[in-house]
Design a protein around this ligand. Sequence first.
Ligand code: UD1
Ligand code: UDP
Length: 392
Amino acid sequence: MLKILTVFGTRPEAIKMAPLIRELQGQRERITCRVAVTAQHREMLDQVLELFHIEPAYDLDIMAPGQSLFDITRRALTGLEQVLAAEEPDLVLVHGDTTTTFVAALAAFYRQIPVGHVEAGLRTGNKYSPFPEEMNRHLTGVVADLHFAPTATARANLLREGVAPEKIFVTGNTVIDALLATVDPGYRFHDPILESINYRERRVLLVTTHRRENLGEPMRDIYLALRDIVTAYDDVEIVFPVHRNPRVRQVVREVLGELPRVHLIEPLSYLPFVHLMDRCYLVLTDSGGMQEEAPALGKPVLVLRDTTERPEAVEAGTVRLVGTGRQAVRDETARLLDDPAHYRQMAEAVNPYGDGRAARRICRAILYHFGLAAEPPEPFQPSGFCIKGSAL
Ligand code: UD1
Ligand code: UDP
């Protein structure tokens, strides 16, 4: 039996690991798959664990209000030392670029346990942007023995850094597996605010922000731009599930609280969130994962950052990097509201990220690596497959 321990701590890691855990748990005769969460996020993680019926064997419960990078690193490392000693897995699987990801890879290395990195090879090339994620994924990649690159671009990044080709598998991104498992054409919102909005007559801007490098003035500028927009366009509604970080909440409330047609709501569970993304007009976000999901649903995305590690949808024209400046955010949003041809061009559904079979490929690659499958998986190739308008 192959003993695999998956370790994660935040909402997006959980969403993107859920399809893989399901796949690995389906291989009961060959694999034992257990889950350890650091709970770097608490409520936002629990929403995902509940939706996907994931029951962690270990929960380090490390989250503290306003935690620093030192806090997360210290608490996760101490907790994981004991988990790994108790579990002694053959492989530790981590996802993406959070501080939990890097610390779990480091902890596994200290115990000389092989590491598999899911969503490997994303790069901006700028050490401090996004911060600390660019360095987290770099450091995780240095430690990793198996690299599950979602796209050919990610694979090329790893090759450039000297990773051996036989250690890299191009799998597609498991986020598309999660999206496909969640989209339900008959879905209705339970939230009275979301259910009451007329998505055909109103233009709904879906907004999220949380990046550490945007905290403070950049976020204030973004919100000022949103205030300009909602004041200028009376058919626009803003739905903003506000991240639980107190430093985000404070500025959001100051700038956007009490404005008509601005709905500041709690973070949504993935099920309603996906359907909100499907029904909105436009997405404004500094999120990584939403840059992958929204294009597959045919929604334009304005990325509130100066860099992106996800160039594929930018190249396809569905995603635009606009930064955080008040004027740039306002002007790019206004252009999408005023110019139907420009909007149509950006709303072309594109999906360079997956075909719903990423988890299956990763599972096969693991079995192959441990001599339990004769062949490696076929690499993922983008096929133009999209989920556009599925819930409408
Ligand atoms: C973290 C990750 C980031 C990832 C993001 C996904 C790091 C350093 N950052 O950023 O890479 O993109 O998660 O959302 O790994 N909080 C709660 N409840 C929750 C979650 C957060 O109250 O369920 C509050 C706490 O006060 C916490 C703060 O938010 O201290 C910040 O959380 P943290 O995980 O440090 O940073 P994120 O911005 O969420
Ligand atoms: N998401 C969610 N509820 C929300 C906001 C986002 O379920 O209220 C999902 C979203 O669909 C995506 C993931 O959370 O899959 C993105 O998480 P986040 O933006 O926090 O992190 P990042 O992707 O930037 O690491």
